[in-house]
Design a binder for this molecule. Structure first.
Ligand SMILES: [Mg+2]
Length: 254
């Protein structure tokens, strides 16, 4: 039996972080796991909302979770940038990533003093701002992407559906500049390592709804994987497929 349960947030714990309606059995499953002494972490590519916002929103809905158990791409990217010794960041993002950076003592700036360019998703992004980021990268600033989603589902200013994710924005800059992007988000290892915090990956299971970020990412580190829902990808085989958290609960506690 696994000792550490890592849950994706959007599509597994709740629909999406724009509304954050909890999925059936999310509360009951996390309560049971914790009661039995299991470690629980939430691991999400979200950076449009801050780690603190994600935590407070889910907690308010009744999910038994602590701030230290939440690992969002925005928070992990901020920690990574701080650990590299950078301070001033040019940020493309809706508010969340900016809050994560400020919380870790970094300084969002909109000028040449930026030492690094950080990309989250931004549904109000202008050409001018995207272009300014590109110029900074041409001048040698490191390009970091907080998250790795190409697209995501959400709702914004009355518009609901798929939106372009942060990696699509970062790749546009990469395409223009021929520079590399440093990804901090699933399926890349850093965010999983941060959540594992030294724990042996073979004791851990990642539960997610996307084959590539969740299943492929966690498998590459040696974790077990559970795929929730109907999405499939060629050549990616999770250890278990369930329709939802109820089925996972019944598998774990028959
Ligand atoms: Mg998801």
């Amino acid at each position: 039996m696994w000792r550490h349960f890592l849950f994706d947030i959007e599509g597994v714990i709740c629909d999406d972080m724009d509304n954050a309606n909890l999925k059936e059995m999310a509360v009951k499953l996390l309560e049971r796991l914790k009661r039995e002494g299991k470690r629980v972490s939430l691991v999400s590519n979200v950076s449009r909302k801050s780690r603190r916002f994600v935590f407070e929103t889910l907690k308010l809905k009744g999910l038994p979770i602590e701030l230290e158990e939440v690992f969002t791409a925005g928070y992990v990217a901020a920690k990574y940038i701080r650990d590299l010794g950078f301070k001033r960041c040019f940020v493309i993002s809706e508010g969340g990533l900016r809050e994560d950076l400020l919380e870790l003592g970094l300084e969002p700036v909109d000028d040449e003093s930026a030492e690094v360019v950080v990309i989250g998703t931004d549904r109000g992004l202008t050409y001018q701002r995207l272009n300014y980021a590109m110029r900074l990268v041409i001048k040698g600033r490191k390009l970091v992407c907080a998250g790795a989603s190409t697209i995501f589902k959400g709702s914004y200013l009355g518009d609901a559906g798929y939106f372009m994710g942060e990696s699509s924005i970062a790749e546009a800059i990469k395409h223009a500049t021929k520079k590399e992007v440093e990804y901090v988000g699933k399926p890349h290892p850093r965010i999983f390592m941060e959540a594992l915090n030294g724990e042996e990956p073979s004791n851990a299971v990642m539960i997610g709804d996307r084959p590539i970020p969740d299943v492929m990412g966690a498998k590459s580190l040696g974790m077990s994987t559970v795929l929730v829902g109907g999405e499939r990808a060629l050549g990616i085989k999770p250890d278990l497929v369930v329709s939802g958290l109820r089925e996972l609960y019944e598998y774990l506690y028959p």
